[in-house]
Write a protein that binds this ligand. Structure first.
Ligand SMILES: C[S@@+](CC[C@H](N)C(=O)[O-])C[C@H]1O[C@@H](n2cnc3c(N)ncnc32)[C@H](O)[C@@H]1O
Ligand code: SF4
Ligand code: SF4
Length: 372
């Protein structure tokens, strides 16, 4: 496949690149998704996107411009959706990132993995994360009928092709979201339902949520500190009542997580958890709305200095998946000018001393294994 990367009419690379550019870039390629997973803050029961009458996606020319502008620092990329494999030019995005030598990872619901397996192997993204939330019956209750079978077929094909072509990448992983519906079924998925030998990575993640009070407090911060009078519709997709989590058995969750972690250690499979260190106490604090009290919760967020996210509408922010406070739009301005512009500065200044009520639902709010 030919790679057309240069936009001949575009202006030269921003001179600001020499001073600052994001090292980690999330691209929400599109809003659309072919599933309606119950817990999803975008398309789930309370999802923020359900009411939208018009769905958008990033213009491929703009995506290529961003990739080209930031290429001197070779940022790490995460592609996002909706469902990233539904983006019509997903092959061109992966080819462009390969061409410029950037590493890229993306999550997928797995339903289109079989169809795109050849293209993915050809473009060698670094990691593909397939979302799976339990054995077939539980996964399909949370994610939709027939999804488990399609996703497992996708993993098998991707793995087989990678072996056949003798390639190292993509590494294949699964993301399991621990929710009131799935929490009893972690071991069953990995030890009975899936061929775990096909996996290089396993990530176990607690359902992200904010309480109705967090949402009101966030709206007030946006109004009082950023002059933004908004109903914070995107963050509203994360709102859950604490009573939904009351039945969850913290001891059982901690036990099952430990058993998966031990398996991974023994077999050399990369293990990730959000939040890290899922002890009984962690589970209790997290699902009672007290995740800010966790030992691994950060006191200060470094992401506004490190990473940026561009959503399908072209809006830019650093708060992953929370698109209410935006700092510019790539359909109107070059990314690096936004990154180095006054709104980003104001946002960073605020976060030097404060956090947001939404931080407790953000996977970036927890220290990684290497951070103390
Ligand atoms: C929003 S989806 C987008 C990518 C793709 N559609 C997928 O499902 O993998 C990204 C990841 O967020 C997870 N997710 C959805 N709702 C969540 C929630 N409330 N808390 C934590 N993770 C969630 C999904 O399971 C998936 O692993
Ligand atoms: S597939 Fe992904 S984006 Fe779509 S509803 Fe499920 S979690 Fe949300
Ligand atoms: S939501 Fe909070 S933790 Fe997440 S990136 Fe934004 S400031 Fe950082």
């Amino acid at each position: 496949m030919s790679v057309q990367l240069r936009n001949e009419t575009a202006s030269p690379i921003s001179p600001l690149l020499s001073t600052s550019a994001p090292r980690w870039i999330w691209l929400q390629l599109l809003e659309a998704c072919n599933l309606r997973c119950k817990m999803c803050y975008e398309w789930g029961d309370n999802g923020a996107y359900k009411e939208r009458t018009m769905l958008t996606q990033l213009d491929i020319k703009v995506v290529k411009q961003i990739i080209e502008d930031c290429s001197p620092v070779k940022p790490y990329y995460d592609l996002f959706g909706g469902e990233p494999l539904m983006y019509p030019q997903i092959d061109e995005v992966l080819a462009a990132l390969k061409y410029y030598g950037s590493q890229v990872a993306f999550p997928t619901n797995g339903t289109l993995l079989e169809k795109h397996a050849e293209m993915i192997i050809e473009n060698e993204p670094h990691r593909v994360w397939v979302s799976m939330d339990g054995p077939e019956e539980i996964n399909d209750q949370q994610r939709g009928k027939g999804v488990f079978k399609r996703a497992t077929r996708g993993i098998e094909k991707l793995h087989a092709l990678r072996e056949e072509k003798g390639k190292e990448f993509p590494k294949i992983g699964t993301i399991f979201i621990i929710t009131p519906l799935t929490y009893m079924h972690v071991e069953e998925l990995f030890f009975k339902s899936l061929d775990i030998t096909k996996l290089d990575h396993i990530s176990l993640e607690f359902q992200s949520f904010i309480t109705p009070e967090d949402h009101v407090n966030y709206r007030n911060i946006l109004k009082n500190n950023f002059d933004l009078d908004t109903n914070a519709a995107v963050s509203k997709g994360f709102v859950r009542e604490l009573s939904e989590f009351i039945e969850m058995n913290a001891r059982e969750i901690a036990r099952q997580v430990r058993s998966i972690e031990e398996y991974c250690k023994e077999k050399g499979v990369y293990f990730n958890a959000y939040p890290q260190n899922m002890t009984e106490e962690t589970v209790e604090l997290y699902f009672s709305g007290n995740s800010h009290k966790l030992a691994h919760a950060k006191k200060r967020c470094e992401f506004p200095w490190l990473s940026t996210e561009i959503n399908a509408r072209g809006d830019v922010t650093s708060c992953h998946a929370f698109y209410d406070l935006t700092l510019g739009n790539v359909n109107e301005q070059r990314l690096l000018d936004i990154w180095n512009g006054p709104k980003y500065k104001q946002y960073r200044n605020y976060l030097k001393k404060n956090s947001f009520p939404i931080c407790q639902a953000c996977c970036l709010n927890f220290k990684t294994k290497t951070e103390k």
